[in-house]
Design a protein around this ligand. Structure first.
Ligand code: ADP
Length: 363
């Protein structure tokens, strides 16, 4: 007959799939009962909504049956109490009482891409959402940090509304239908319509919290939906996040040359490359004959991209389907080959990113 101690020892080999520490070390094994060939294990999760709880339970069964394949293992999953979470938070911080969660040390984010525009309404959030959805469809692990604090629309586009759960290691971002992790100030406000009029320091601390207190886990790409424009608010975000590259969204009505030139200045200042420019709402397709109509004339973005030595990633049409799916929280269902080069380019950058180590704040 196996002993409780033998089982506990075996469970030391079971890792929390996101925190990458043993479930024994994380104090998640609350109870082990052995009665003949029957083993009952109770696991206390760091957060009840843990998306990978099924895999933890499977791993527990496997680890116990490795001792004796004839054992009948029953796993009960529950959630840690607030005291247990607090104790774990402290333990992960090396016993020190700190205000922050340990999430920042545990997150492993390979690539951070900032989606920027010259002004509001050009489709920056839509492009950020389409990029995240496209990368996710390719199987990458993706999150969206909605840094557009004063006009946060990311949760609406993805149809995500539930408030984030508080786990022992940090704030748990809700996950969209397609599997994209989402964090936005809108998820933390009681009334989503509440206008957020915040000043610089508050924006800075919200952005810092979205980075350091949110448990993103392992991500290939974190897409940051930037505040509109290339002035103060955008600069604040850039200064507070370790952005790997920028994607600029323009529309044909934009004073594109000025936007690109300002963004290029900012990019230079931050020593961050502009990976490319997407022209949104470039043309329309006639619903009757399928002909392309260049309502605003031929876009000049391609020449502009060349002038500023960056990539022209293509044009997206004005497409009623985009606003329809966006309004109904189903932006992930939008497919358009015109957007593929952008997704491909970012996926390629992510595949080449060598460091998966936690980033540090620049400031
Ligand atoms: P921004 O983030 O730049 O303020 P949004 O992404 O919120 O802009 O888009 C503004 C509005 O335009 C939204 O209602 C969105 O659905 C719509 N929109 C954006 N891009 C397109 C497009 N290519 N075709 C049709 N509607 C679009």
């Amino acid at each position: 007959m196996v002993s409780v101690e033998q089982i506990r020892k075996a469970l030391e080999g079971v890792m929390d799939p996101e925190i990458h520490r043993s479930i024994v070390e994380l104090n998640m094994v609350r109870e082990i009962k052995v009665k003949g060939k029957k083993v009952d294990v109770t696991i206390a999760l760091t957060v009840a909504t843990c998306p990978l709880q099924g895999s933890i339970a499977d791993d527990v069964v496997k680890a116990v049956q490795a001792l004796d394949p004839k054992l009948e293992v029953n796993v009960t999953l529950t959630e840690m109490t607030d005291e247990e979470k607090k104790a774990l938070t402290e333990k992960l911080q090396g016993g020190k009482q700190r205000k922050n969660f340990p999430a920042a040390q545990l997150n492993k984010i390979k690539t951070v891409v900032a989606v920027m525009s010259g002004k509001g309404g050009v489709g920056k959030s839509t492009v950020a959402a389409l990029l995240a959805a496209g990368l996710r469809r390719k199987g990458l692990r993706v999150g969206v940090l909605d840094a557009d604090i004063t006009g946060p629309s990311i949760p609406l586009l993805f149809g995500v509304h539930e408030p984030p759960a508080m786990g022992a290691v940090g704030i748990m971002p809700p996950v969209s239908r397609g599997g994209v992790k989402i964090m936005s100030i809108n998820l933390l406000l009681r009334d989503e319509g509440q206008a957020v009029i915040w000043r610089g320091p508050l924006i800075t601390s919200a952005i810092q919290q979205f980075w350091s207190d949110v448990f993103w886990g392992d991500l290939d790409v974190l897409v940051v939906d930037m505040p509109p424009g290339t002035s103060d608010a955008a600069l604040t975000v850039m200064q507070n996040l370790p952005v790997s590259g920028i994607i600029l969204v323009t529309s044909p009505q934009d004073l594109a040359e000025m936007v690109v030139s300002k963004a290029a200045d900012m990019a230079k200042q931050m020593k961050t490359p502009i990976w490319g420019i997407v022209e949104n709402m470039s043309y329309a397709i006639c619903p009757h004959c399928g002909e392309r109509i260049d309502i605003f004339g031929k876009g000049k973005t391609e020449a502009l991209a060349a002038k500023f030595n960056t990539a022209f990633l293509g044009q997206l049409p004005i497409d009623p389907e985009i606003s329809k799916l966006g309004d109904s929280g189903e932006i992930e269902a939008y497919l358009n080959t015109a957007f593929e080069p952008t997704v491909e380019m970012v996926a390629e950058k992510a595949s080449k990113a060598t460091t998966a180590s936690p980033f540090k704040f620049r400031v």
